[in-house]
Write a protein that binds this ligand. Structure first.
Ligand code: G3P
Ligand code: CA
Length: 242
């Protein structure tokens, strides 16, 4: 069965990377969530996609310049097109983990460290995963290859996945050299043939961002390991029909 991972939660219907979005993903039938993490000035791991808060909140500036308390005051659904009366907050990763302890969802954590390095973030995230006993349910992904290698130095049993947005030859072999058990390609960067070859090789494939019904159906039909989608509800309904 192809797992459904909700991209930034149910980002197609709710403000991205908020608890509201993650809870909606669970209700929609997702098998797991994808989220993005960065560090604040006072070293809290926070869930937000962009390096700055400008696009998603009513604030302005780099995430790493704010304390967690300051970030918490911002409205995380300020620019969201989804109507929400209440204010949504930027969650700390520990808040998401507390919620994950009440369900059985998978969690794909994208380490947002390809541009800003966030020294020490890998260890902080892996320590928190251990504290919450979530080792078996978490996949760490990054566009930063060195970061993935570093994660495995910290904990050789943690699952890692290589993110990439430009096609290249036999990516599953490269994943193998990094010790990564998964590939997270941009959808257009991998063919069905290569998905099957990678899975045969033992490397899971979870393309992003799979929002169109025809792509969902195609990937379900070849039993792709998982899809990462903004619309987990749409994906769930389609998968039920198969
Ligand atoms: O993890 C898949 C996807 O989220 C990577 O790209 O820019 O949406 O974080 P982006
Ligand atoms: Ca992401």
């Amino acid at each position: 069965m192809t797992f459904i991972l909700a991209h930034r939660g149910s980002a197609g219907t709710h403000p991205e990377n908020t608890m509201e979005s993650f809870i909606a993903a669970e209700k929609a039938g997702a098998d797991g969530i994808e989220l993005d993490v960065q560090l604040t000035a006072d070293h809290e791991i926070v869930v937000i996609h962009d390096l700055t808060v400008d696009r998603t909140t009513n604030g302005s500036g780099y995430v790493h310049e704010f304390t967690f308390k300051e970030l918490s005051k911002l409205k995380a659904n300020y620019h969201s097109t989804h109507f929400f009366k209440k204010k949504c907050r930027i969650p700390a990763l520990r808040e998401v983990f507390t919620w994950l302890c009440s369900n059985s969802l998978l969690c794909n954590i994208e380490l947002k460290n390809a541009v800003t390095r966030y020294r020490g973030m890998e260890k902080m995230v892996i320590d928190l995963i251990r504290d919450y006993g979530l080792e078996k349910r978490v996949i760490l992904s990054s566009f930063n290859r060195q970061s993935l290698v570093h994660c495995l130095e910290i904990n050789p049993d943690i699952q890692t996945a290589l993110l990439y947005n430009e096609a290249f030859c036999r990516p599953w072999e490269y994943a193998g050299t990094l010790g990564a058990s998964g590939l997270h390609p941009k959808l257009k960067c991998i063919t069905d043939k290569d998905i099957l070859a990678s899975m045969e090789y033992g490397v899971a494939v979870r393309p992003y961002t799979v929002n169109k019904e025809k792509d969902m159906k195609r990937l379900f039909s070849i039993n792709c390991s998982a899809i990462i989608t903004d619309y987990p509800g749409r994906a769930y309904r389609l998968r039920e029909q198969i």
